[in-house]
Design a protein around this ligand. Structure first.
Ligand code: FES
Ligand SMILES: [Fe+2]
Length: 423
């Protein structure tokens, strides 16, 4: 439960809001790299309540600038993309990859170049990594260092980024990504299906057998590590160790080797959020297809849940399927659709003054407190949390594994477990 002021502080991300200003100081995924073709169509991108276009110029570099033309606001999504820049189709003004106006052909010859130079253009630096175009929308003259997670260093065949879009606030999205307690309930039908068993291996049985794991936390400079500990008989326990790299990323625990998934919740505006599900394999080409795994039927990697329905049809919930034994009735569509349905069902910005939290919500509470501290510190001092130079982003990896009663899950290292499993 939060008071209204704190709920507003955490959830409002428009220009000039404390959280909006803070979140703009981190590199965020804007679109898939594959979306942008050299000299091809610009992509419309909405982030933090503002509209932009991303475009790839002739030499392969990517630009990111305001969608509305600096002249009279025609959409640059309509622009020609030619010879190293975007040319507005209305009066032909041209903008290069750095966002500078390089031609204003409606001006008389003598002053044309000088006039073009004077046109104010809003653009932001980009960086391509992990099959994604990332953008820095903050205020620093030099962008902060890019967080080099292990997935961002992989070649394109080892990684598959996909995006879902939900009609809720970013924090609702993030909280669902942190919430281990729902898995054995909301996703129980999927976990016990043949596909679920194949994807989650022995994990599915642990999660189904114990709906009330003990949650333990280890503070990290990037956020925290959460162990969900379940008992398996008198001598063995099972840990699912989630890595939370605030403010956006949740690394989902999986077996020590094989493919992994990282998710993030990126604000499109106060009431719309991009939820990226990024599958990757550090050891070789990715063999799974995350869209098929999710049962996503829209076929669109930029909006894989386009056909999920909404409050008007209760997200296509099937009551007959529930009578026949399916837990959620949101059938045949994998975990993400179930997650999205419950997130949207809370309303665009959940009223956290109305909640009643239990033991299973410790992770939610912890994340909120860390984010509240961070946003207040940023507002009052300009200091940015979760981004210190000492952080080794590349070492962050979430894993699940059994361990003996006399051992401590905190002593296990995901990379060592992978090396042992590969022997
Ligand atoms: S509105 Fe773009 S050139 Fe005039
Ligand atoms: Fe879920």
């Amino acid at each position: 439960m939060l008071n209204q002021a704190d709920n507003d502080l955490l959830t409002r991300v428009g220009p000039g809001t404390p959280m909006g200003d803070m979140l703009r100081e981190y590199w965020v995924p804007a679109c898939r790299s594959a979306t942008l073709e050299a000299d091809g169509a610009p992509a419309r991108i909405r982030l933090f309540g503002e509209n932009f276009v991303a475009f790839r110029v002739t030499d392969g570099r990517v630009g990111f600038m305001q969608e509305g033309c600096p002249h009279r606001c025609a959409s640059l999504a309509l622009a020609r993309n030619e010879e190293g820049g975007l040319r507005c189709i209305f009066h032909g003004w041209k903008f290069d990859v750095e966002g500078k106006c390089v031609d204003a052909p409606t001006e008389p010859g003598g002053q044309r170049a000088k006039f073009a130079e004077s046109v104010p253009v809003r653009s932001h630096p980009t960086h391509e990594a992990g099959g994604l175009v990332w953008v820095y929308m903050g205020k620093r003259a030099t962008p902060p260092r890019f967080p080099e997670y292990e997935f961002t260093a992989l070649p394109s065949e080892n990684i598959q980024p996909t995006r879902g879009i939900i009609r809720t606030n970013w924090l609702q999205g993030l909280e669902a990504l942190l919430d281990s307690a729902h898995v054995g309930f909301l996703h129980s039908a999927n976990l016990s299906s043949a596909l679920g068993k194949a994807l989650f291996k022995e994990e599915s049985d642990y999660m189904l057998n114990d709906g009330a794991p003990v949650f333990e936390f280890v503070e990290q400079p990037y956020g925290f590590r959460e162990g969900a500990i379940r008992q398996e008989g008198p001598d063995r326990s099972y840990a699912r160790v989630r890595e939370v790299s605030l403010p956006f990323f949740s690394f989902i625990p999986s077996a020590p080797t094989g493919s992994r998934i990282v998710c993030c919740s990126i604000p499109i505006d106060d009431c719309t959020t991009a939820q990226w599900y990024i599958a990757y394999d550090t050891d070789g080409p990715l063999e799974r297809n995350i869209l098929t795994d999710f049962g996503a039927t829209s076929g669109d990697p930029d909006h894989f849940n386009a056909d999920m329905g909404g409050p008007e049809n209760l997200w296509h919930q099937d009551r007959q399927a529930m009578k026949d034994g399916h837990w959620s009735g949101i059938i045949g569509r994998g975990n993400a659709y179930e997650d999205f349905a419950v997130q949207e069902s809370m309303g665009p910005i959940v009223d956290r003054t109305q909640e009643y939290l239990g033991t299973c919500d410790r992770v939610i509470y912890r994340a909120r407190m860390l984010l509240l501290d961070a946003v207040k510190r940023f507002r009052d001092t300009g200091e940015l949390s979760f981004a210190g130079d000492e952080i080794d982003f590349g070492a962050i990896r979430a894993v699940s594994f059994p361990f003996k009663k006399d051992e401590d899950w905190r002593d296990f290292d995901a990379h060592e477990l992978a090396a042992i499993a590969a022997e």
